[in-house]
Design a protein. Sequence first.
Length: 84
Amino acid sequence: MLNNVEISSRISEHKLNIANNTELSIKWVVNNLKTVVERCMRQVPVIDKDGNSIGEYRFDASGANRALELLGKHIQEFQRKKLS
């Protein structure tokens, strides 16, 4: 059905309307993914029950990796290349 020009055109119109109505854009999504990466990569001190730093730091590797993966897909960096 997606090969039908009328159907694919109508779907594209609906996607555009949804984006316009929610004020979403590729730029907004990319900027927020970049913010997620920056926040997840920030090293945060580990605090004990009294609020003192114990000298260790942690960061959210899985959150950063997922945001970086989505950004890479957006720029098509991680698409599989066809083998000849």
